[in-house]
Design a protein around this ligand. Structure first.
Ligand SMILES: [Zn+2]
Length: 464
């Protein structure tokens, strides 16, 4: 009897310890996460950092003076956070400049012209100095070129007018489904003798802002390259309607962009060294470069300041991570991905052990959740944290893509993740003149920072 009683009481004690421990642990996580959200919403620095990046520096195209100013500014701000280490990682980046603003019109009858909002695509060659004027032919995507063939395309300007699909709820899917016409439209159309290409902006709404973005010629000899530009969605609709009435329309455009030799730039990096497992590195980051038309507030100033904020919030609530938490502001995502590539190269060469990397590069909108590129086993563990985020209306935990800059780090055992904000308005601003500070909402930005910090806190606490 005595023995049996003793066993029972020991069991009871174990049960009590079990529930106390796990109950406490869960309460503790809830408390820490609440502290992170509270701190983000009351003591966050991200919005002020973004204000400076956007309004004092502006668009930060790789190789520009502004990109260098952004490197200096973010380094100085990381220096001021009292991190264990802050440094610059050199990387060679392409330097493409737009030159004087582009100009375009279409001509329905000789002398009857309508001006068109236009911008050169990043990486495009210029037009001849007096521009190009030719018949323009509309196609609904790259696939249609082969149907028309050289007979219909030779000597003309090709107008790629495949719109983003409005029925896609995740607007990034709509983007993926037609961005090939922007990226490789010029290369493909030149094979059929086109003189230039005009692309409908990657934008779900109708407005007058042309959206730039990267394009490439592959290995095509320089002499065969044809210029590429985007026109606004309003202009694309007007041109398309006008072509229905008169298929013989002439289109004129002139652009003055130029590619220079590569120049040196930097990834900006800072870290809090882990207290008990410093060799295990958790990365959080965004890209510091942007396109030149707006000031890159959503893409990706927001992701940069949110990533910096993760470390700031840990300091603010007095959280000392077990593992090393590192913020990386990658240079040159937009037109080269050189920063992300260099970071992974150095990490591999020095045998650093990265266990988790999180990128924010989908705009500073209300956070909805995260996507994870991980094994099923690790994803099951991550999913068990989901209830901790539900009070903050962050509920989207799915497997999926992470972010372009952390992509090159991908290897067995490393989990990649992306912050997933609401995507409905992202393409209103993406790569356009209106991607500016006033279109970022302070609270939405801060909720994103807090969500990222909370996820990083859990990864640090429980590891993989
Ligand atoms: Zn971006």
């Amino acid at each position: 009897m005595k023995n049996s009683y003793s066993v029972k009481s020991k069991l009871a004690l174990l049960v009590v310890i079990f529930f106390t421990y796990f109950g406490f642990s869960q309460n503790n996580d809830q408390e820490q996460i609440k502290k992170l959200y509270d701190a983000a919403l009351t003591q966050g620095k991200g919005y002020d950092w973004l204000n400076y990046l956007s309004n004092q520096i502006g668009g930060r195209l790789s190789g520009s003076v502004q990109a260098q100013q952004a490197v200096n500014y973010t380094k100085s701000q990381l220096d001021s956070l009292g991190l264990d280490k802050v440094w610059l990682q050199p990387v060679m980046v392409p330097k493409w400049v737009r030159g004087t603003p582009e100009f375009a019109y279409f001509e329905t009858t000789p002398g009857t012209t309508t001006n068109v909002a236009i911008c050169a695509l990043g990486g495009s060659v210029a037009t001849p100095s007096n521009g190009i004027k030719a018949n323009i032919i509309e196609v609904n995507g790259v696939e249609e070129l082969a149907t028309l063939g050289k007979g219909k395309i030779q000597g003309k300007i090709v107008f790629f007018n495949k719109p983003m699909d409005p029925t896609q709820i995740n607007t990034f899917n709509a983007y993926s489904n037609c961005v090939d016409q922007r990226y490789s439209g010029a290369l493909e159309a030149s094979k059929y003798g086109a003189l230039g290409v005009i692309v409908r902006s990657m934008n779900l709404r109708l407005d007058d802002f042309p959206h730039t973005g990267s394009m490439g010629y592959g290995e095509q000899p320089i002499d065969n390259r044809i210029p590429a530009a985007a026109i606004s969605t309003n202009a694309a609709d007007l041109l398309s309607t006008s072509l229905l009435l008169n298929p013989e329309i002439n289109f004129y455009f002139k652009q003055n962009c130029k590619q220079f030799e590569d120049v040196e730039s930097y990834n900006v990096i800072g870290e809090i060294r882990g207290s008990s497992k410093p060799e295990e590195i958790i990365v959080v980051g965004g890209h510091l470069d942007s396109w030149d038309l707006g000031d890159g507030s959503h893409d990706d100033g927001a992701g940069c300041v949110q990533s910096m904020e993760v470390l700031n919030l840990f300091k603010k609530i007095g959280y000392k991570p077990k593992r090393t938490i590192r913020v990386v502001l990658f240079m040159n995502e937009e037109n080269g991905l050189r920063g992300g590539t260099k970071y992974a190269e150095v990490a591999n060469a020095t045998n650093e052990k990265h266990i988790f990397a999180l990128e924010s590069d989908s705009g500073g909108f209300t956070p909805r959740g995260f996507t994870f590129d991980s094994s099923n086993k690790d994803f099951d563990k991550i999913k068990s944290w989901k209830p901790l985020f539900e009070p903050y209306l962050v509920h989207y935990f799915e497997k999926g893509e992470s972010g372009a800059d952390i992509g090159p780090l991908k290897k067995e055992g490393l989990i990649l993740a992306g912050l997933r904000p609401d995507s409905q308005r992202y393409f209103d601003y993406h790569h356009a003149e209106n991607d500016t500070f006033e279109h970022v909402n302070k609270r939405e930005l801060e909720l994103g920072s807090a969500s990222m910090a909370s996820l990083i806190y859990l990864v640090d606490t429980y590891g993989f």
